[in-house]
Design a protein around this ligand. Structure first.
Ligand SMILES: Nc1ncnc2c1ncn2[C@@H]1O[C@H](COP(=O)(O)OP(=O)(O)OP(=O)(O)O)[C@@H](O)[C@H]1O
Length: 276
């Protein structure tokens, strides 16, 4: 993603207007194949808008999205090959667990014949710790189980990028703490490249290979968890993370007002890079 800008309100597509909110303000973001990258920031900083723009659910006012060399800015959501998982897993209440998971398989190599589909559903439910739940009604599931099913459904078609927007935030803290480690392990077992939006520090630091901190529409710093703790880059990031200011690294703002991160461990990564 290059120079991404998302504006809401009248004149959002270009004009200047007092009613316009700039939710995402010149963000460059690279995700390396197979990594889990958390987007962390306070409420209203633009995380969901950025994720939705990558998914194609929100139009970019400026900038571009690509997968490797493949431009995606004008490609509709369902053709991007990305998976989505939201806070409320949005399961179909009238379908059982197995048919919810199978829903994501339509049109993929696991969509038919039926034995192939069933085998994939079984494998996905095993992956998320719900082996044997195929015939369960989704209305009988706990919140945590429902989110596991939603994860299985998102992973089933093997998306090249999985976009998760606060996937655990509807659960209570204890369950969230239990599930976040498991979720990270599932993503790694499946070899999934993922962008994980959260406002919760612990969740981000537990689940992610790298954490990107967003503040007021800007991606201020992207680093491995340890590096971020050791060098939060700006006083604002340090304050948001509750860290002392010491150890800050230089951070520069580009001439176009966009935010670039120095010291990235993925200096050459080309946009959303497919897994090697
Ligand atoms: N559909 C919309 N129309 C107008 N403004 C919007 C819309 N969606 C988001 N915004 C505004 O854009 C800014 C960023 O919102 P966004 O939801 O992306 O942030 P967030 O970091 O995901 O916050 P939260 O964690 O609370 O969802 C906020 O000021 C918000 O009010």
């Amino acid at each position: 993603m290059r120079g991404a800008v998302v504006r809401y309100g009248s004149g959002a597509q270009g004009g200047r207007d007092a009613a316009v909110t700039t939710a995402v303000d010149g963000v460059d973001l690279d995700v390396a194949g197979g990594e889990v990258l958390a987007l962390l920031g306070p409420s209203g900083c633009g995380k969901s808008s950025l994720l939705r723009a990558i998914a194609g659910l929100e139009p970019l006012s400026a900038g571009s999205v690509a997968w490797g060399e493949e431009p995606l800015t004008a490609v509709p959501t369902h053709r991007r090959g990305f998976g989505l998982m939201f806070q409320d897993g949005q399961l179909f209440p009238h379908r059982d667990v197995g048919r919810n998971v199978a829903y994501g398989l339509r049109g993929t190599r696991w969509g038919a014949p039926r034995p192939v589909r069933d085998e994939r559903v079984t494998a996905m439910l095993e992956l998320v710790g719900l082996a044997g739940y195929e015939r369960r009604a989704v209305t009988t599931l706990s919140g945590g189980q429902a989110q596991r099913v939603a994860l299985a459904r998102s992973l089933a078609p093997s998306p090249r990028l999985l976009l998760l927007d606060e996937p655990l935030s509807s659960l209570d803290r204890r369950l969230r703490e239990d599930l976040v480690g498991e979720l990270g392990a599932v993503l790694r077992t499946a070899g999934t490249t993922a962008l994980y939006v959260t406002h919760d520090h612990d969740e981000a630091f537990t689940v992610a290979d790298r954490v990107g901190v967003m503040l007021e529409g800007r991606l201020v710093r992207v680093a491995k968890p340890d590096a971020l703790r050791a060098a939060p880059a700006t006083p604002e990031v340090a304050a948001f993370l509750g860290l002392p200011r010491a150890g800050s690294e230089p951070h520069r703002t580009t001439s176009d007002g966009g935010s670039r991160v120095t010291g990235s461990r993925h200096p050459g990564s080309a946009r959303l890079r497919p897994r090697a």
